[in-house]
Design a protein around this ligand. Structure first.
Ligand code: SF4
Length: 298
């Protein structure tokens, strides 16, 4: 599917170090070029100086133990309680779900968080109704800034994610002028693991009913799973031994979670440390866009 990128989108892609071919502007006629040069010379104050190379942003790397901590084995009584809790969450409307997350104490992360991080996206049309979101972006867990602000994907990684999304016409704010499609952004975990450690399996298991209900209520056209823990959560039922498959090998295909197509990509925080992978992330975005557009035209 051809991409029609305007000048702003091209600038964003250049900032991301993603090379995309587009037709070159025709060379100006000699007379026009001379006039343009003269005009430029007369207006130096309006010229934007070339930007100095930006220093590499400081990124806090997550600790990455080779093997995730095993989840405690639940007793039959605990299993029954978990089933009851999951069933109650599966029946909640949007407003009840927000309140349930805000007051959740189902895992130990509640004792160290400053804020729960429910998600961010366009405003809901009514109090109990979910917002309209074409895309759902699923990340891993809040970091320090997200915990402080109660919002996912802030800081440099959030900026990169926003730029990448805007380049394909998607915005987390649902601003139709800026981008025709809207995105809701969430994490697998709604509370920050202390010290940005990896999520533990029992924490993911306790928090998953919230993500499941968010997806059921939002009914996005496409889910973009970014990072290892988001991918492992969403593909657990569709890929055998997904915990042991490198993320790079899961890219380039369309999976399903609760009937919604899922595309796999790298976490923006990882992309900030690994510039060559940005081109792959751009390919993932294009696959997600094509999948969403194909479904829309059916
Ligand atoms: S991480 Fe999820 S399950 Fe754990 S306390 Fe926070 S909202 Fe509850």
């Amino acid at each position: 599917m051809p991409l029609h990128l305007d000048a702003r989108q091209r600038a964003m892609l250049e900032e991301m170090h993603v090379r995309v071919w587009w037709p070159q502007e025709p060379e100006p006629a000699p007379a026009a070029a001379a006039a343009a040069a003269a005009a430029a010379a007369e207006a130096p104050a309006t010229r934007v100086p070339a930007a100095a190379p930006a220093p590499a942003p400081a990124v806090v790397a997550r600790a990455a133990p080779a093997v995730p901590a095993p989840a405690p084995v639940p007793t039959p009584r605990q299993e029954r309680a978990d089933e009851g809790r999951s069933a109650a969450i599966a029946a909640m409307d949007w407003s009840a779900l927000q309140q349930a997350v805000a007051g959740c104490e189902a895992c130990k992360l509640c004792s160290t968080r400053k804020n729960t991080v429910f998600g961010v996206g366009p405003a809901a049309p009514e109090a109990d109704a979910p917002p309209r979101a074409d895309w759902l972006i699923v990340g891993e867990a809040p970091g320090e800034q997200e915990d402080l602000r109660g919002e996912p994907f802030v800081g440099q990684a959030g900026k990169l994610l926003d730029n990448m999304l805007r380049a394909v016409g998607v915005s987390r704010h649902g601003d139709a002028k800026a981008a025709p499609q809207s995105a809701f952004i969430v994490n697998v975990l709604k509370c920050r693991p202390p010290g940005n450690r990896n999520p533990a399996l029992d924490e993911v298991a306790q928090c998953e009913p919230f993500l499941k209900r968010q997806i059921a209520l939002l009914q996005p056209k496409i889910i973009l799973a970014v990072g290892r823990f988001a991918v492992q959560s969403l593909l657990a039922d569709s890929v055998a031994d997904v915990q042991t498959v490198p993320l790079g090998r899961l890219r380039g295909k369309v999976y399903r979670y609760a009937g919604v197509p899922v595309v796999v990509s790298y976490h923006p925080a990882y992309l900030l440390r690994s510039l060559p992978e940005k081109a792959k992330a751009w390919a993932d975005l294009c696959l997600a866009m094509e999948t969403a557009e194909t479904l829309k035209s059916r």
